[in-house]
Design a protein around this ligand. Structure first.
Ligand code: NAG
Length: 364
């Protein structure tokens, strides 16, 4: 059709393309008790006329006489008196209609009709047109739509948290108000967006800095529609502490530090004891050195000498019992733990003599 018009426009004149036409939303949700704004534009096959020479009428689809809107309100159906208003400027070919205090029976369809007057005061309009192909049907909503809340799942203490509340509606002349259950002193941004075809979106974006006490607290957004119907949405806040990591890291660091300090202490103690043991072993070592020196000397004398020594011991024991001589020079194994005496005994040089004596005895 557009292409055909363009074709005609090229061949004939642009005037021919200026036909009777209207652009009305076909279906629109309307909240009972609230209002609805029906977007509408129209055109007519004439040069542009001032609003004063245009009569806009909205009537029920059933009859061209059932006016729901007319400039002269006395001709409007009783059930619509005082409830309809032409928001659009007819001079701008805008026939947008507002119906307030929506009632259950306001379904429609409602159609637009325009009459062109010869003069401003002419009542006998010659050109008139009802755009009965372009009518709006209203879908009655007994209950308001619920707002939707959108935000991050979890907030952080001390960090900006943003939550938005959105509700759709069809009453841009009296948009719903959105209120929050918590203080909005930190800042609220409100947006009102045309979603086209009569649907609008009201949005409230709340920004605040959560505290620790906000965890598991509910935040409510309430939409109050024109006509006092309300709906609300609740979200439970989840706020995490920023120090969460510190709570894990600090005890871990403390634990590791304590372990390291204890470890170092243990190593120190062990080293100290080792040194002490080494010192003791060195003392013992001198003993052992002497013992081994002695042992070497004995062995260098040959096994015979050792045997003789044993024999001598026996003999000497015998002798001592007989002759009641002094104690044996070699201490019995029982007396060995008395290392000092033993050492002294070994040191005192008597041994040579003793051994010699014993050898003598042994040789006997
Ligand atoms: C028609 O008028 C309404 C109400 O003033 C306005 O919101 C809308 O934007 C207008 N439409 C056009 C196409 O100018």
């Amino acid at each position: 059709m557009t292409i055909f018009c363009l074709f005609l426009a090229v061949i004939f004149s642009p005037v021919l393309c200026e036909q009777w036409s209207a652009n009305v939303v076909k279906n629109l949700d309307a909240l009972v008790s609230s209002c609805v704004v029906v977007p509408c534009t129209f055109n007519y096959p004439n040069e542009d006329l001032p609003a004063s020479r245009l009569r806009g009428i909205w009537h029920h689809f059933k009859s061209k006489q059932d006016f729901i809107y007319y400039k002269d309100e006395t001709r409007v159906l009783d059930s619509f008196k005082g409830r309809t208003k032409l928001l659009g400027n007819l001079g701008q070919k805008n026939c947008t209609l507002e119906i307030t205090d929506i009632r259950n029976h306001d379904n429609g369809p409602f159609c637009f009709r325009v009459e062109l007057a010869q003069t401003e005061f002419d009542t006998s309009t010659k050109d008139k047109y009802s755009f009965v192909e372009e009518c709006v049907k209203l879908n009655m909503l007994p209950d308001p739509p619920m707002p939707t809340l959108d935000s991050k799942d979890t907030g952080t203490v001390g960090h900006v948290y943003t939550i938005s509340c959105t509700v759709k509606h069809s009453c841009p002349s009296h948009p719903p108000s959105l209120t929050w259950s918590r203080s909005t002193e930190d800042g609220v941004i409100e947006l009102h967006t045309d979603m086209l075809n009569g649907i609008w979106k009201k949005q409230s974006i709340l920004t605040f800095i959560p505290e620790e006490k906000d965890d598991y607290s509910d935040i409510t957004c309430t939409a109050k529609f024109h006509g006092r119907k309300t709906s609300s949405a609740i979200k439970t806040l989840h706020v995490k502490r920023e120090e969460n990591n510190k709570h894990i890291i600090i005890p871990a660091v403390v634990g590791i530090s304590v372990a390291v300090i204890f470890g170092v202490f243990c190593v120190f103690i062990v080293k100290r004891y080792k040194r002490r043991i080494a010192e003791l072993q060195n003392q013992d070592g001198s003993l052992w050195n002497r013992l081994s020196r002695l042992s070497r000397r004995i062995h260098s004398g040959g096994p015979g000498q050792f045997q003789s020594e044993q024999r001598v011991n026996k003999v000497k024991t015998h002798v001592s019992t007989d002759q009641k001589v002094s104690k044996p020079r070699f201490p019995s194994p029982k007396s060995q733990p008395k290392a000092c005496h033993y050492k002294q005994d070994l040191d005192d040089g008597d041994d040579y003599m003793n051994t010699a004596d014993l050898s003598v005895y042994g040789n006997i």
